[in-house]
Design a protein around this ligand. Structure first.
Ligand code: FES
Ligand SMILES: [Fe+2]
Length: 391
């Protein structure tokens, strides 16, 4: 049990939304709390690591960070994408630091230990002295990259550090059933943008869970997607968020991006923006899709990794370049507007006067649900999975 989540703090958080207090400020500022979150909130579940279509060829590699664990996705010679801990078995340098294409092997940049695409250790140059590449005590067969459990939904690759989460398909079912009309597997990766935020990871997620801030922070977005047009939804406990019924795919450039097949008018006008708990912010529209992976780097330092997708050939069709650019630029403008305000909310949490804050029962119900979800995992008696992760 965290010393930050005192019984009084938990009781205050569990009150009805309009009467509750939020998580104590130290839940957003403490390294020990973040370490515990990674073990209790991130490691036991499925965390997004990247898109299958971002590593289309044999030997393509994509590094990612899950909590505090660097991992790498690698498409093997059998075309299967595997995940590994991206940690050299020699002295723990990161083996893959940049996305790569068509690599024949993975060479650690520190001393050249070389791994096959299936993780096996192939070469240990000069380990026995100059020109001698073997050495007593170093058994290559035992020193491959450590595998990480990896499964795919709709071309999105998730990893599970603890190794014992339910199958990904079962985990995501409440959301995938809700979205069964949308053939998400037809979206193709079309690029990324990284944002670094001087705030706790939870503040990025909480900001995504409410549209209360739209009139203040996003006046231009609010002009065509008003507060009143939004609804809240929950898909089991795996995902919850906002939706809108007035998605208008027409772009100022005059182009239209092709939508997924088989959607009726209502489905085309709907767009949904849930968080897949704990840290994947998703945007589903009929003609494009995005995910923003929220990666905690330090208590007050967070990476948002935005991956954008369009339907099949619309990803590469040169004629649609203006539509793709406008879509990307429009989202980028919205996300940039959010950065300063969540950083401000982090600075407020440095103050001893911050008492957890309050929620609007009408606007902040999902923020409250999210904080309760985190707190319940942090307060549970269940053993930490850290031991299993290192097994
Ligand atoms: S740390 Fe990778 S080869 Fe030394
Ligand atoms: Fe926002």
């Amino acid at each position: 049990m965290s010393t930050i989540l005192t019984p009084d703090a938990l009781r205050a958080l569990e009150r009805p939304t309009g009467f509750a207090s939020g998580l104590p400020r130290q839940a957003f500022t403490s390294q020990a709390f973040l370490d515990d979150e990674i073990a209790r909130v991130f490691a036991p579940t499925w965390i997004y690591a990247g898109a299958e279509s971002a590593v289309p060829e044999v030997g393509d590699t994509l590094p990612a960070t899950i909590g505090n664990a660097p991992v790498v996705l690698v498409r093997g010679r059998d075309r299967t994408v595997r995940a590994f801990h991206n940690i050299c078995r020699h002295r723990a340098a990161l083996v893959v630091t940049e996305p790569g294409t068509k690599r024949s092997s993975l060479v650690c940049p520190y001393h050249g230990w070389t791994y096959d695409l299936d993780g096996g250790l192939l070469r240990t140059p000069h380990i026995g002295g100059t020109g001698k590449h073997t050495c007593e005590g170093i058994e290559r067969a035992e020193l491959g990259l450590k595998p990480v459990r990896c499964e795919s939904w709709g071309g999105l690759l998730f990893v599970n550090l603890s190794g014992d989460a339910p199958p990904l398909a079962d985990h995501l079912r409440p959301l995938t059933e809700r979205w069964s009309a949308y053939d998400v597997g037809r979206f193709r990766y079309a690029g990324s943008i990284d944002y670094t935020l001087t705030c706790n990871w939870k503040l990025a997620v909480e900001n995504y869970l409410e549209s209360y801030h739209l009139p203040w922070v996003h006046p231009s977005l609010n002009s065509y997607s008003r507060l009143d047009d939004h609804y809240m939804f929950e898909a089991g406990t795996v995902a919850y968020g906002q939706g809108t019924t007035v998605y208008a795919p027409d772009l100022a450039c005059g182009q239209t991006l092709p939508p997924l097949d088989g959607l009726n008018d209502a489905a085309r006008a709907r767009a949904e923006y849930p968080v897949i708990f704990p840290s994947l912010m998703v945007g589903l529209q009929c003609d494009h899709f995005y995910v923003i992976n929220v990666v905690p780097l330090a208590p007050d330092h967070t990476l948002e990794h935005f991956d954008l997708f369009f339907v099949d050939g619309a990803t590469t069709d040169d004629r649609l370049a203006p539509a793709r650019k406008e879509t990307r630029d429009r989202w980028n403008a919205v996300f940039v507007e959010d950065v300063a305000i969540v950083e401000s909310a982090q600075r407020g949490r440095a103050s001893p006067a911050m008492d957890g804050g309050r929620f609007s029962a009408h606007q902040d119900a999902l923020v409250h649900l999210f904080e309760k979800s985190v707190a319940r995992l942090m307060a549970a008696q269940s053993p930490s999975r850290v031991a299993q992760m290192s097994a």
